[in-house]
Write a protein that binds this ligand. Structure first.
Ligand code: DGL
Length: 270
């Protein structure tokens, strides 16, 4: 695999852009190819089997490009399908995202941590294993909170609506009431409402609350895997290209609105 090939990054929609921004900061010399599965978003309420089929189809598209690494910038897709993706592409670097329970346990002083994520992530066997391992290793109580409808509202740029904030409050307040002093953003869409979450915390928490986003850690892990395999790009060629199974114009607008980037997006047929 050539070091000059791009890195493929994908999500059900725009959530993966919260990871892509850390990859750009950590690996500024690299070319990135972002895929949004907007036509099938959100993944959070879908059965695992269906998510796995989509992930394998996206993997095939990006691997054929070809890319030198695949970043599954989606907790839901990682939980449902990263094992199948690694089996399908054993020679490719495949990096996933999972809720940051470990850094949250280290940050918490009350020993109570809220975990905001999609229904599918929280229902997965992968999350159950992570939850059990970290609970018994740290003694921390993790409070999983499924957030149906939240990723879609972020995807559709509706977080300025009062009903979107009311929905977010319904997810965050019960966690604060149960003593959480740390909140895990267990979906890559949620960093885009971190300010709104911080405002809810500010108005309602009796104590300081830490918000955990694993985007920077994922970028560091990708960088170290590329370095280990001698695949870091030597001649800088920073670029970002976009692909979408939905509207190309929507993803171009999201790049501009969320990251301040002008990116050419092509609609794909998969
Ligand atoms: N951004 C995704 C995640 O990290 C999923 C959102 C969705 O499609 O439901 O879980």
């Amino acid at each position: 695999m050539a070091a000059n090939a791009p890195i493929g990054v994908f999500d059900s929609g725009i959530g993966g852009l919260s990871v892509l921004r850390h990859i750009r900061a950590c690996l500024p010399q690299e070319a990135l190819l972002y895929f949004s599965d907007a036509h099938f978003a959100p993944y959070g309420g879908r059965p695992e089997r269906q998510i796995e089929q989509r992930v394998l189809a996206i993997g095939a598209l990006l691997a054929a490009h070809p890319v030198k690494a695949l970043v599954v910038a989606c907790n839901t897709a990682t939980a449902a399908a990263i094992a199948a993706l690694r089996r399908a592409y054993p020679a490719l670097i495949v990096v996933g995202v999972e809720p940051g329970l470990k850094p949250a346990a280290a940050a918490s002083t009350t020993g109570v941590v809220g975990v905001l994520a999609t229904e599918a992530t929280l229902a997965s066997a992968r999350f159950a294993r992570l939850h059990e391992t970290l609970s018994s290793a740290t003694g921390v109580t993790f409070l999983p909170m499924a957030c149906p409808g939240l990723a879609l509202r972020i995807e559709q740029d509706q977080m300025y609506l009062p009903e979107s904030i009311a929905l977010l409050r319904r997810f965050v307040l019960p966690l604060l009431e149960q003593g959480a002093d740390t909140l895990v953003l267990g979906c890559t869409h949620y960093p885009f409402v971190q300010q709104q979450i911080a405002a809810i915390v500010q108005d309602n928490a009796q104590r300081n609350v830490t918000i955990i986003d694993t985007g920077a850690a994922v970028a560091r892990q990708l960088a170290s895997q590329l370095a280990m395999q001698g695949l870091l790009r030597v001649e800088p060629a920073p670029s970002v290209d976009g692909l979408s199974s939905g509207s190309a114009a929507d993803l171009e607008r999201a790049f501009s609105r969320l990251l301040g980037l002008t990116v050419r997006v092509t609609q794909t047929e998969i």
